[in-house]
Each structure stands twice: as C-alpha cells, then as structure tokens.
Design a protein around this ligand. Structure first.
Ligand code: 3HC
Length: 293
C-alpha cells in the first residue's frame, strides 16, 4: 500500500474499538468520539465500561460549562460511544486500540483474541507504556498491521501521540495511525520499538532521580517539585507527576528499562519499590508522595 493509499484508508475509517475503560482507555474513547468516530468500548465488565462512560460524560460536561462545547455536540459525542461487553462484537471494527492493564499476559490474551475476531487487515494498536510492541505483533497472523499508539494522560488535553514501530510494522500501518492521530487533533511522532520508547525512557529516569534525591534528604518533596516547576517550567513536579501517572507504572517502566538495557542507571529507587509494595500508588489509591483525601 502506498503512503497515499494508507492516508485515504485512514480518512475512511469510522468504526473504532477501544479495549480498557480505565484512566487511559476512557480518555482514548473520548477523543475518538469527539473526532466523529463510532467507538465500541470494551472492558472486563459492564460496570467498568459504564464507569468509564460516566467519566467521559463528566469531562464533556466540564467543556460545556466552560463554553468550549455545545450541549448538542456533547450528546452527539456520547451517543457515538457504545458499551460493548464482549470482544466478539469487535469483528466489524476497522481500527482497534487496547489500553488494558500493563501486564504482558493480559495484553497477550487480548491480541490473540483480536487476531481471531477481527478482519485480517484491521489495524491493531497498543497504548502500552513499556511492553515491546514487537512481542505483541508476533502474536497475530498479519503482524505488519500492529503498532504502538501511545497516548498521554490526561488524553483529552495532551497533544502528543507516540507511534511505535515494531520490527514487523509496515509503513502503511504507521501512515494510517499518523493520519488518525491528525484527525484527533494530536501531534504524532514516530519512534522505533525500544524499551520506554522516547517518552518514558526520558521521563521515568527523571522521576526516579527525584525520588533518590528525596530519599537522600536533599530537599523536601515540595521543594523538589518546586525546583522542577519553577526552574524548568514543568507543569507538575516529578513527585507530583509520579503520583499522577501511578507509582506502579513508573516502577514497571524502570524495571523494563533496567532489564532491556542492562544499564544500572535505570535501577529503580528502593523507596519507589517499597511504596508500590505498600500500595501507595499515587492518586488512584489516594496516597503516594502526597495524599488525596
Ligand atoms: N481529563 C480531561 N481534561 C482535564 C483533566 C482530565 N483528567 N485534567 C485537567 N484537564 C483539563 C482541564 O479541564 C483544563 O481544561 P481547559 O484548559 O479547557 O480549561 C486543562 O486541562 C488544565 O487543567 P487545570 O486548569 O485544572 O489544571 P492544570 O493547569 O494544573 O493542568 C494538567 C492539569 C493538564 C494535568 C497539567 O498539570 C499537566 O500537563 N501535567 C503534566 C501531565 C503529564 O506530564 N502527562 C504525561 C504523563 S506520562 C504518560 O501519560 C505516559 C504513560 O505511559 C506513563
């Protein structure tokens, strides 16, 4: 497929499937629905899916209150999200993105099911932060249609999409995802599949270093965050960001970087590891470096 054909394929895509209705998945479903796509949203139970849809509704309502969206547009976007309890209903999807748990066994299972259910040419994308796309692509019969489509939290706000090219990914798959990203109003950047891609390879060691500095008593957590906010113009300090992303996710990424590159510079701070063991995962558990009553 030429680059032009890939772009024309992407322009015709209307039926999208999103697997996972959690923090990333519901945001991804929201931006596709706002972009005019018809979205089937799947998760392990209808309760999870409906909770994701309620978050989408709350986000859209906030935009209406701020005068950034009309009530009619909000209703139209919401009507384009269809809760779908069974993945079997994904057989009519032209494009699927998964944002399930960051566990390799769970993702493997999803890709094997998609391979069985979806058409041979359905483009399959993963929003993983750390799992090799090359490994996921190897699970399906037509691996050149698999790539990473890495969104950032909060999805409706963050402009970047990192498109991750596995060893098997074809150029036309990359072109299709690039064109879809532009249709969502995002800015795509293509990176080769390597641990942490570019984003997490850079940001997670920065967060880790801030945790080491905190652990060593160099400064208080508030002061470490202030240094990075006021000195580097980051919207959040690294410890706030760790809480926002989830300490378990940061640790997963660091462990993958350490394992894949075999470089001690990626060694996770013992405090980070212990906080994850304690279940202090950040905002989602109401306690991380800070408390969220
Ligand atoms: N969902 C949707 N919209 C949200 C939102 C959410 N969860 N949180 C904030 N917003 C919107 C607000 O409605 C507001 O919209 P407006 O400009 O239209 O009024 C806008 O974002 C700004 O929000 P606030 O004024 O309430 O707050 P801030 O100015 O403090 O911004 C922030 C909040 C956008 C989250 C900002 O602090 C930020 O950019 N933080 C850094 C986020 C970041 O680095 N994300 C990447 C994490 S790494 C990752 O995701 C990769 C993964 O693999 C680990």
């Amino acid at each position: 497929m030429s680059s032009q054909q890939a772009q024309s394929t992407a322009q015709k895509i209307t039926r999208v499937g999103v697997i996972g209705a959690g923090a990333m998945g519901h945001g991804i479903a929201q931006v596709f629905a706002q972009g005019g796509f018809n979205v089937k949203l799947n998760d392990v139970s209808l309760d999870f899916i409906n909770s994701g849809i309620r978050k989408i509704e709350a986000n859209l309502s906030r935009s209406v209150e701020k005068g950034k969206m009309s009530e009619d547009d909000k209703k139209a976007a919401l009507s384009r999200v269809l809760p779908t309890a069974s993945l079997d209903e994904f057989k009519d999807r032209e494009f699927v993105v998964e944002a399930v748990l960051e566990k390799i066994e769970v993702k493997r299972d999803v890709f094997k099911k998609l391979d069985r259910i979806c058409g041979r040419d359905t483009v399959l994308a993963s929003n993983t932060s750390s799992i090799p796309i090359t490994e996921l692509a190897a699970l399906v019969s037509n691996p050149q249609r698999v790539a990473g489509m890495h969104f950032f939290n909060p999805v409706p706000v963050m402009k970047l999409i990192e498109i991750v090219q596995a060893l098997q990914t074809s150029i036309s798959t990359i072109e299709i995802i690039r064109a879809l990203s532009l249709r969502l109003g995002k800015t795509p950047v293509v990176v080769k599949d390597n641990a942490g891609f570019v984003s997490n390879r850079v940001v997670c060691p920065m967060i880790n270093e801030a945790i080491f500095a905190y652990e060593q008593g160099i400064a208080s957590k508030e002061d470490i965050d202030t240094v990075m906010k006021l000195g580097m113009n980051h919207p959040m300090g690294p410890l706030e960001l760790a809480d926002f992303v989830g300490l378990d996710i940061v640790l997963d990424v660091l462990d993958v970087l350490y394992r894949e590159y075999e470089d001690p510079k990626y060694r996770a701070s013992p405090l980070l590891r212990n906080m994850v063991r304690a279940g202090y995962l950040g905002r989602k558990t109401k306690k991380g470096f800070y408390e969220y009553p």
